[in-house]
Write a protein that binds this ligand. Structure first.
Ligand code: PHE
Length: 357
């Protein structure tokens, strides 16, 4: 049976362990092994009943005293360790508030010029009452060509350098849309006039040089109503060009052209003196009055409805407005290029605040 010597040895052992516990977890392990339910000191208490009555009182008191001593030692050690942990954390997390502010995402990040110009265009056309419509990059032959009055075997299909997917068992082929014009069809099939939309997006053609990349961006415009005429088309495009290039006047030249889905069709050049290059005409878009066949293909009565459409190269007007010479750089994911030509995240284009300033 435990004697006074055993008790004092146990006391020495436990107190040494307490003093040696290097952190709170280690200290808790010591607590459990000493005064936990099955701890060494608790175990002694359980033996009390087996002692002769005359020894019981003194032994019980001694064990209780030991337990109190150990508890106090545990508490004291715990307080010390907690203070040490807190000081270590404070030292570790100390912030030098005199250092300059570190640049965050809003300072380092850049908006790609094409995204910026898209936002500018949306802002301008929204002000003219246009909604933004969207269509998928992977289109059907029917929507990209046939419904747009470009039947199979039509020579215009060759000019588009189309990327086709493998034909399906029924012979039909999906393709990467070669222009945003299929969104005209999707819109007319689903809405009744008046229609006023722009449809920005990616388009694809198998072509690559300094001014052509296999993927580029267009903005389609479509207005359909009962009395919409070419005067409206011309006005909208002029208002757009003035707002976009941020000038009071632009001279535009409408050249007769041909697109199967418009009649008449025109290509539009702007007099580049507006952007500081006098004497040059720069082509920015194709347009025309929507062909009656296209209206009929979408279930609209060409005797009742008429309107105009245009398709503008977004990358092209970005190059013109911001003086970027090489289209391929737009898509090379070169961070140095983006840091140089990109826009600040906080530079939201608004008509009131100025598009680009
Ligand atoms: N879809 C034509 C192109 O990609 C542009 C266009 C759109 C022309 C709408 C007229 C009307 O070249």
């Amino acid at each position: 049976m435990s004697s006074g010597t055993d008790l004092s040895r146990l006391e020495d052992d436990v107190l040494t362990e307490v003093a040696g516990a290097g952190d709170l977890a280690a200290l808790d392990a010591v607590r459990v092994s000493a005064i936990g339910k099955k701890g060494r000191i608790s175990e002694l208490m359980a033996q009390l009943g087996k002692l002769p009555a005359e020894e019981r009182k003194a032994f019980g008191a001694a064990v209780n005293a030991l337990k109190t001593k150990v508890s106090d030692a545990l508490d004291a050690r715990k307080a010390t360790l907690e203070t040490a942990a807190l000081s270590a954390r404070l030292a570790n997390e100390r912030a030098d508030v005199t250092l300059p502010v570190r640049a965050g995402a809003e300072v380092l990040g850049r908006i790609h010029p094409v995204s910026q110009v898209l936002d500018e265009c949306i802002e301008i056309f929204a002000d003219l009452g246009f909604e933004v419509a969207e269509g998928p990059d992977i289109e059907t032959d029917d929507l990209n060509f046939t419904k747009l009055n470009i039947p199979a075997e039509h020579p215009a299909r060759q000019e588009h350098d189309t990327f086709y997917f493998n034909p399906k068992p029924d012979g039909s082929r999906l393709l990467l849309r070669t222009h945003t014009s299929p969104v005209q069809i999707r819109t007319m099939q689903n809405k009744t006039p008046p229609i006023r939309i722009i449809a920005p997006g990616r388009v694809y053609r198998c072509d690559s040089d300094q001014t052509h990349t296999p993927m580029f961006h267009q903005i389609e415009g479509l207005v359909i109503d009962e009395k919409t005429h070419m005067g409206h088309l011309k006005w909208v495009l002029e208002e757009f060009a003035k707002a976009f290039f941020e000038v009071d006047n632009v001279t535009m030249r409408f050249r007769a052209s041909h697109f199967p889905f418009t009649e008449p069709s025109m290509e539009v050049d702007i007099d580049a003196s507006a952007i500081g290059k006098p004497g040059q005409w720069l082509e920015i878009l194709g347009c025309g009055m929507v062909h009656p066949n296209v209206l009929a293909n979408c279930g609209l009565n060409p005797e009742k409805y008429q309107g105009f459409a245009f398709g503008m190269g977004l990358d092209r007007i970005t190059m013109l407005k911001y003086g970027l010479p090489d289209l391929r750089a737009f898509f090379s994911a070169d961070l140095r290029w983006l840091r140089h030509y990109g826009f600040s995240l906080l530079d939201q284009p608004t008509l009131g605040g100025g598009l680009s300033s």
